[in-house]
Design a protein around this ligand. Structure first.
Ligand SMILES: *[C@@H]1O[C@H](CO)[C@@H](O)[C@H](O)[C@H]1NC(C)=O
Ligand SMILES: *[C@@H]1O[C@H](CO)[C@@H](O)[C@H](O)[C@H]1NC(C)=O
Length: 442
């Protein structure tokens, strides 16, 4: 093409001149690398490869060309002068036939070496901006031509660069996401990309700011929250809420259940203390010395409290004979209708005792031969909560007949009548029993 256009130029020039002048010899001058062929009447190419010994140095191979010759590396592909298209544009070397330069005798993609003697060297189309690569494409110069290269991740289809969908042939363990020019592997929630950027490894969420309020257990791909004893997991799966153990059962504590964060405890009413974890036990203030009784008083403990009683409870006409005992001397006329002696005793029972229930045994202390004893409740049993069961002529049992609920206090006069029919002897002694009924069943 190049040479053809050269020849055409000369021919046109010649023909125009022909009309001006009839001098055929004026066309016998040829440019470098050509010689005048008289027979054919045109400039003929000189085969320098044959006429110049060692036209190319070293390994380079000599290739004859119109108007000159090429020294090419042995590996270089020989480009024929006929138009070759390597998928590149057929840009011409920068020759300008109409201007001061001589016509380019080199094949397409080559130019005369400005430093050499008529050798053709590659023309860098990229450097000289003589290419038609798209802005997105990279111009790569090649020997005799150039190539429009697509960026990484793009494939050339026609003249266009089209994004390659790497996901169609690249491996990702979980998910592949194609991007313009690239791709990325992604992992499902709970996993993170391994160092190879392909596979996914489990994330230990428990080590990352503990999402769980109390206990965290990492599992493959996720994690589980658990709660400490006494707590239960909320619906959100993260937080723990206190379990109200007291609401589960009314038998957890003997008296009162107290819910606490993560646990529960039992409490006891005033006058009681915890026995173990759930039972209540009466505090014996008299033994502990925590009572407030005076020197003249005796401390009497009962369920839930205590009472201070006067050491001398004997009232006229009674005379104290010992701490718990008063007598009414038979010599005193005022004692005629009174029992011969009064003995004080105290006892305490709990509320809600099952009935009938034997609560106190009365035992005659003085035994007279031939005497016969009978027992009765002389006073304090107006409501009929108690009765006496006589076991033999020396022993009787006080029995609770009806359930009683405290706090309550009964003062029962239990009378023992001793009689001896032979001696016409008869006497009475009273056991003044104070029965405290506690407020509770314990
Ligand atoms: C994984 O991707 C990161 C960030 O893109 C990169 O720095 C690293 O070299 C890649 N590793 C491998 C093994 O490809
Ligand atoms: C019990 O009474 C009988 C007669 O009723 C009498 O013989 C007996 O001695 C009395 N027993 C005692 C232990 O006093």
């Amino acid at each position: 093409m190049l040479f053809l256009s050269c020849v055409l130029f000369f021919l046109l020039l010649g023909s125009s001149r022909e009309q001006e002048s009839e001098e055929p010899n004026s066309y016998t001058e040829c440019t470098d690398g050509y010689e005048w062929d008289r027979e054919r009447q045109h400039c003929r190419d000189i085969n320098e490869c044959q006429t110049i010994p060692d036209a190319c140095k070293g390994e380079l191979k000599c290739i004859n060309h119109y108007g000159g010759y090429l020294c090419l590396p042995p590996s270089a592909s020989v480009i024929s002068d006929s138009h070759t298209d390597h998928g590149t544009s057929d840009f011409q070397p920068p020759v300008d036939h109409g201007l001061d330069q001589r016509p380019n005798p080199c094949p397409s993609g080559y130019q005369l070496d400005p430093h050499g003697q008529g050798t053709c060297v590659d023309f860098d189309e990229c450097e000289n901006e003589r290419h038609d690569c798209l802005p997105s494409q990279e111009c790569v110069n090649m020997l005799g031509s150039y190539h429009c290269k697509c960026p990484d991740g793009y494939r050339k289809i026609g003249n266009e660069c089209v994004d390659i969908d790497e996901c169609r042939y690249r491996y990702c363990q979980h998910r592949c996401v194609n991007y313009p020019g690239s791709f990325a592997c992604q992992c499902e929630p709970g996993f993170q990309l391994a160092a190879n950027n392909r596979s996914c490894v489990d994330v230990n969420e428990c080590n990352m700011g503990t999402p769980c309020q109390q206990r965290c257990y990492n599992t493959y791909g996720t994690f589980l929250c658990r709660c400490n004893q006494g707590y239960e997991l909320s619906h959100d799966g993260y937080t723990c809420t206190d379990i109200d153990e007291c609401s589960y059962s009314s038998y957890l504590c003997q008296y009162q259940c107290v819910n606490e964060p993560g646990r529960f405890s039992c409490s006891c009413p005033e006058g009681y203390q915890l026995l173990g974890t759930r039972l209540c036990q009466d505090i014996n203030e008299c033994e502990l010395g925590t009572h407030s009784c005076s020197e003249q008083q005796t401390c009497v403990n009962f369920h839930g409290g205590h009472q201070c009683v006067e050491k001398n409870r004997c009232q006229e006409p009674f005379i104290q004979v010992s701490e718990n005992r008063c007598i009414c001397p038979g010599t005193n006329p005022l004692c005629h209708d009174e029992p011969g002696s009064v003995v004080y005793r105290y006892m305490s029972i709990t509320s809600d005792r099952s009935v009938p229930s034997e609560i106190f045994q009365i035992q005659a202390t003085s035994v007279y031969p031939g005497a016969y004893n009978t027992f009765q409740i002389r006073s304090g049993n107006e409501e009929g909560e108690f009765f006496i069961r006589q076991i033999n002529n020396l022993t009787a049992m006080l029995v609770l007949a009806r359930p009683v609920i405290g706090p309550k206090e009964y003062v029962l006069d239990l009378e023992m009548l001793t009689s001896n029919s032979l001696l016409s002897y008869r006497s009475s002694s009273v056991l003044r029993l104070t029965v405290f009924v506690g407020a509770h069943s314990f």
